[in-house]
Design a protein around this ligand. Structure first.
Ligand code: PMP
Length: 435
């Protein structure tokens, strides 16, 4: 069992200076029973070391970006080189063209791209562009999908056929929440109803085409096709939030994923990106059809800007990361290791009579303590969070770092080995037995 006295001390100190002691609420241990989160001081490959020199096998991957493992030498080298050449210019650079090219080649629905600094910014701007293009205001989104913390998309809660927005945060005016309609994921009938009622005022339907935020959830067969068709019939735009899904399952995005037979039928008008495309440095990007993207300043009337946008360090790290991901066999390897780990977790749960639903998509999976499938947010809500909290702590004490939330995925990286997986399964066997 791990002792973490220094983390406890640092947490006390952090609480005095940083709100909640953390710079993103998802890092707090509030959802897993409270107490001090672990303060890490170093990361390499699949491992973290905390401030008390405990080692952890990492499945958080910083909420997704670190698919190459921590401190991948090719990315580190690119960042060092960028730093030596000056970190911020406020002018265009050739590097930006290179990364834009790489993204366009991998995601053909993006004729034009714009770089920003986070997934939140990317999503926020796709909504502005959609509103500018359609001259309409309303947005339809899906319950449980997370699209960053901007006003419009933090209106997420709700079940039933369709819900008019109730903000998930204080500080969001009702007038803004009223512009958002939330429907259940994987429910085309609910989307159709919402579009019948509000379609004429709807600028866009926003979706995570493969969900990463209430577990890993594949759309039902035909869901994305139907979504695109219904949305376009209403004269609205389709926006895919691929901040978490792009380059996660293969070298490309959900919209080019092999599981979807008819890629043309599911192509969005706009796509938001982030995470992996920055190789671990801050980044976001959005892009789409030429005539829609030409709404953006300086060409068009939709304004969006950024002092840090397209900075050489983030762009260099992004290029290096995508170069690493082009190596043959990488995604198959993560898939194989994730399958092995999922099998081990299933077996350990079964042996101890614990219901567990694993949704695996290539090298990522979610593991919900429940005995029903998880295909939408309500089903993810209806899982055993208390049991997850205990499991999380038992794993942490054995040197396995997961996200402190029952909804988050386990992310394999290219740095994980068979030995890491076997050690994790052994830890899970002990944890399940203790639950
Ligand atoms: N969209 C999705 C699908 C995400 O998973 C996230 C982050 N978890 C965001 C948007 C927001 O990205 P960022 O945290 O970089 O602002």
């Amino acid at each position: 069992s791990k002792h973490r006295p220094t983390s406890e001390l640092l947490y006390e100190e952090a609480l005095q200076h940083i709100v909640g002691g953390v710079n993103s609420p998802s890092r707090s241990f509030k959802a897993v029973g409270g107490g001090a989160p672990v303060f890490m001081k170093r990361a390499e490959g699949a491992y973290f070391w905390d401030v008390d020199d405990n080692r952890y096998i990492d499945y958080l991957a910083a909420y997704g970006p670190i698919i190459t493992g921590h401190a991948h030498p090719h990315i580190t080298e690119a960042i060092v080189r960028a730093a030596q050449n000056g970190t911020l210019y406020g002018t265009p650079t050739e590097l930006e063209i290179k990364l834009a090219h790489m993204l366009k080649e991998a995601i053909p629905s993006m004729d034009k791209v714009r770089f920003v600094n986070s997934g939140t910014e990317a999503v926020m701007t796709t909504i502005r562009v959609a509103r500018a293009y359609t001259k309409r205001n309303k947005i339809i989104k899906f319950a449980g999908c997370y699209h960053g913390h901007s006003d419009l998309v933090l209106v997420a809660a709700g079940s039933g056929p369709s819900t008019l927005g109730i903000p998930d945060s204080a500080g969001i005016p009702t007038s803004i929440a009223n512009e958002v309609i939330t429907v259940p994921f994987n429910d085309l009938a609910a989307l159709e109803q919402a579009l019948q009622r509000w379609g004429d005022d709807t600028a866009a339907v926003m979706v995570e085409p493969i969900v990463g935020n209430f577990g890993m959830v594949m759309p039902h067969e035909g869901f994305l096709e139907g979504l695109c068709k219904l949305t376009r019939e209403a004269g609205a735009l389709v926006i895919y939030d691929e901040v978490i899904s792009a380059f996660r399952f293969h070298y490309g995005s959900s919209q080019t994923y092999h599981a979807f037979a008819d890629h043309a039928a599911i192509e969005p008008d706009l796509t938001a990106l982030g995470k992996i495309i920055g190789g671990g440095l801050p980044i976001g990007a959005y892009g789409g059809r030429r005539h829609i993207m030409e709404q953006v300043a300086p060409l068009g009337p939709a304004y969006q800007a950024g002092t840090m946008a397209g900075n050489p360090a983030s762009i260099s790290a992004g290029i290096a990361c995508l170069e690493v991901l082009q190596e043959a066999g990488i995604y198959d390897r993560m898939d194989r290791l994730a399958s092995k780990l999922a099998d081990g977790l299933h077996a350990a749960a079964k042996k101890n009579g614990i219901p567990l639903t694993i949704n695996q998509i290539r090298g990522s999976f979610s593991a919900h303590f429940c005995d029903h499938p998880v295909t939408n947010y309500d089903e993810a809500l209806d899982t055993d969070g208390e049991r997850f909290g205990k499991f999380f702590r038992l794993m942490l004490d054995q040197g396995v770092n997961l996200a402190p939330s029952k909804y988050e995925a386990w992310f394999l990286t290219i740095a994980h080995t068979d030995e890491d997986i076997e050690a994790t399964i052994e830890a899970a066997e002990r944890a399940m037995a203790a639950l």
